[in-house]
Ligand binder design. Structure first.
Ligand code: C2E
Ligand code: MG
Ligand code: MG
Ligand code: MG
Length: 289
């Protein structure tokens, strides 16, 4: 970054901060509106078994269908929503929405919901999950909460306590984006995860010589097996990556090669038609996505 000090620079910096603050304020208001106007949508990306490519789970991924801006990516609004706290309301909406949907799907299909560390910081998360399970009638073991390592950064004891409560309710827990955060083996030792999701940065180019990704995927898979946890390779895009992560023993696969996130209606249609196998697609079909 450019350095220099001086008054001009300082003013520039504080203006920038003010802009950022008002920008965030604007997004916060827009998000409150989005909740009221029902502009949030859940899309679902299949997670398939490595052996049969059969869908066992779908990850719920939030989309914001903004009246002017069109579909907004969660990468653009989730961080702001976390910063201003409105992620709590959005998260509650998400948990209810997903539980209602899953209730209509075959009981062999689970759904994974991303839960932000900010949601874990409030005591009502377990109550919200409990209520959503009750009102939807969904079997708790069909719901999986995806948590990133950032949840441990605050109060680790507290996070572990909440995990225990959720597990006692029968809900499953997955450690998302493994290897990109503050990966510590103590989390794996102490927290009752059912699944480790290997971040797509390790999957990308896993088949190429000259990087360490295959070795890392292999090591994570061994660790997960020893701890009796499943593994999902995230972001599988090519057949070479598929071959590589399967060779390293990943038990489950997720990525554009199989399917991107789809609307709930699309998923419902596929499941109702009994089309549970998602074949890896050739490059032509993949490009026209
Ligand atoms: P994540 O939980 O790690 O989700 C996986 C992301 O990878 C998704 O991005 C998905 O669309 C994308 N992805 C899947 N397969 C591929 C692939 O083959 N190639 C590439 N390049 N990308 C792939 P998305 O939907 O943009 O979501 C980004 C992040 O936003 C999520 O990362 C998650 O951290 C957060 N997020 C999404 N929905 C929610 C939500 O309902 N609540 C919370 N708290 N966070 C959410
Ligand atoms: Mg996730
Ligand atoms: Mg992930
Ligand atoms: Mg991620």
């Amino acid at each position: 970054a450019a350095k220099g000090g001086g008054r001009g620079q300082f003013r520039f910096y504080s203006d920038d901060l003010r802009d950022r603050a008002s920008h965030r304020h604007q997004i916060e208001e827009d998000l409150r509106d989005a909740l009221v106007k029902d502009e949030l949508e859940m899309h679902y990306q299949p997670i398939v078994s490595a052996d049969e490519h059969k869908v066992v789970c779908v990850e719920a991924l939030m989309r914001w269908n903004h009246s002017d801006r069109g579909m907004v990516s969660p990468a653009d609004f989730i961080p702001v929503a976390e910063e201003v706290g409105i992620i709590r309301q959005m998260g509650e909406w998400a948990i209810n929405e997903v539980c209602q949907r899953v209730a209509d799907w075959p009981t062999t299909i689970r759904a994974a919901i991303n839960v932000s560390a900010v949601q874990f910081a409030s005591d009502d998360l377990t109550e919200i999950v409990k209520r959503a399970l009750k009102s939807s009638g969904v079997q708790p073991s069909r719901i999986e909460l995806e948590i990133t390592e950032s949840v441990f950064v605050g109060d680790m004891e507290r996070a572990l306590r909440m995990f225990k409560e959720l597990k006692a309710m029968g809900v499953r827990l997955a450690l998302d984006d493994f290897g990109t955060g503050y990966s510590s083996l103590s989390y794996l030792r102490d927290a009752p995860f059912d699944k480790i999701k290997i971040d797509q940065s390790f999957v990308r180019g896993c088949s190429d010589a000259g990087n360490n990704n295959a070795a890392i995927v292999s090591a994570v898979v061994s660790l997960a097996r020893a701890l009796n946890m499943e593994t999902v390779a995230e972001g599988v895009e090519t057949k070479d990556e598929l071959a590589a992560v399967v060779a390293q023993g990943a038990s489950h696969l997720q990525g554009a090669l199989f399917s991107r996130a789809q609307s709930a209606d699309y998923i419902t249609d596929r499941l109702e038609a009994g089309e549970l196998i998602f074949e890896p697609r050739g490059p032509e079909k993949y490009r026209s996505d």
